[in-house]
Design a protein around this ligand. Structure first.
Ligand code: URA
Length: 430
């Protein structure tokens, strides 16, 4: 196959054969096809799309490009969870220990944050000593002994996705539904779970900006899951406002710990967490909603969180006397009224500038940087009341951050209607 013909075929809206997609994907992974040709093809896909057959072939090829995690020695239905990402999304940090405490085995492979979206691994690495780089045998050992592990994507699983994703990230080709679906599902299938819980975020701080695109991504994810005979549940959730009160790595880990300890959780964060835990429990036939809440109240979830952290070298005692960033600044309300809206995209971008996120994959992040929302949507405020607190080690960023946080809050005479962030759900394989 001539790569130029392959690119031109997609440019002209033609459908590739599965063989050609394999040749391209594996050739690119081995370094035989240059990035400029791969970029041209990715852009053609963004514009022309992929048929279901092409998306399946790309998923197959990305799985074949590396090894697969064999969890068959661990008894029971193994579960995995993935969120398409957003601002303040620390749900995985709470869901994994809660499900593991109920006896659901989980090998959770997670990513780092890029741009304004956070990554689970960065949140966990804010805990001193935590090691996210586990070998395949360590993953299997930890899941068999502790019940769960959360580690970074290993290079030998779906290397084609790793290479293609890095290229997409710098060529404006991330936002394509078949590329996102095959990227997510190839990693989940290679990681060996039987049950996959997916959280498709929709809104201004998500890849999917509207409901129709969110539904289309859900459909693509379910199609791939069905083809691989997996049990897949997709929940659509809103990502217009930040989730919970904390944005920033250690701040979010602290918020997850507070929820696990049953301490005054943010209602939206608690609702999403309990939703995914009850889905996980019922899909693996371990119970339902009542048990999800009980796992928090009994302390079982927090105990399991500490075990997972300790076995990966982290020290959960850090949450007893939490560290704090060297500089803090309170952002206050400039008018009376109700907090009507908070722009998650603006909050995420500001948190990134304060040091909580990275622009390039190898940028260093400041694990203590971030934002705590004091007055969430629906709260009545007076002039001078705190809206949020900024945390950073870069005091020069504070003035601009203060302005953008002020703008990201909409204060109105009317109280916003209370709405669930859970917008819908679909599943296959049950
Ligand atoms: N997350 C992924 O893993 N892949 C994508 O393409 C987008 C989000």
């Amino acid at each position: 196959m001539r790569i130029v013909d392959f690119i031109e075929a997609k440019r002209d809206g033609k459908v590739h054969s599965a063989d050609d997609i394999h040749t391209f994907t594996l050739g690119f992974t081995r370094g035989e096809i240059p990035a400029y040709q791969a970029s041209a093809w990715l852009m053609a896909v963004c514009i022309r799309g992929l048929s279901s057959g092409e998306m399946f072939a790309l998923t197959d090829a990305m799985i074949e490009s590396g090894c697969r995690l064999d969890l068959s020695s661990i008894p029971g239905m193994k579960l995995d969870k993935h969120s398409t990402g957003g601002v303040g999304d620390k749900v995985t940090l709470a869901v994994v220990p809660l499900l593991a405490a109920a006896g659901v085995p989980i090998a959770k492979l997670s990513g780092r944050g890029l741009g304004f979206t956070g990554g689970t691994i960065d949140k966990l690495e804010s805990i001193p000593g935590f090691n996210s780089a586990l070998s395949q045998s360590e993953i299997i050992h930890n899941v068999a002994t502790v019940g769960a592990c959360i580690c970074s994507q290993t290079g030998d699983l779906t290397p084609a996705d790793g290479k293609l994703y890095s290229l997409r990230d710098v060529t404006g080709t991330v936002e394509s539904i078949p590329l996102i679906a095959s990227s997510i599902m190839s990693k989940k299938i290679a990681a060996g779970a039987d049950v996959i819980l997916l959280d498709v975020k929709i809104g201004r701080a998500a890849f999917m900006k509207n409901r129709a695109d969110g539904e289309a991504l859900a459909e693509a994810l379910l199609e791939i899951g069905e083809r691989y005979d997996k049990k897949v549940s997709v929940t659509l959730t809103s990502m217009d406002a930040p989730l919970g009160r904390a944005v920033g790595n250690f701040l979010e880990a602290q918020e997850a710990v507070s929820l696990l300890k049953g301490e005054n959780a943010d209602p939206d964060f608690e609702e999403e967490t309990l939703h995914f835990v009850s889905r996980g429990l019922s899909l693996t036939q371990k119970g339902g909603e009542v048990q999800a809440k009980h796992l928090i109240e009994s302390g079982a979830g927090f105990k399991k969180f500490c075990e997972i952290i300790k076995v990966q070298g982290g020290n959960p005692e850090v949450f007893e006397t939490p560290k704090i960033a060297s500089h803090q600044k309170v952002v206050s309300a400039e008018k009376n009224g109700y907090v009507y809206d908070i722009d998650a995209l603006a909050i995420g971008k500001t948190a990134m500038r304060l040091g909580a996120g990275r622009e390039e994959l190898d940028d260093k992040i400041d694990s203590l940087a971030g934002i705590i929302i004091h007055s969430g949507i629906g709260i009545k405020v007076k002039i001078g009341d705190p809206l949020a607190v900024l945390y950073t080690s870069k005091p020069s960023e504070i003035p601009d951050a203060e302005t953008s946080i002020g703008i990201s809050f909409t204060i109105s005479d009317h109280r916003a209607e209370t709405k669930s962030r859970i917008l819908g759900e679909r599943s296959v394989g049950f």
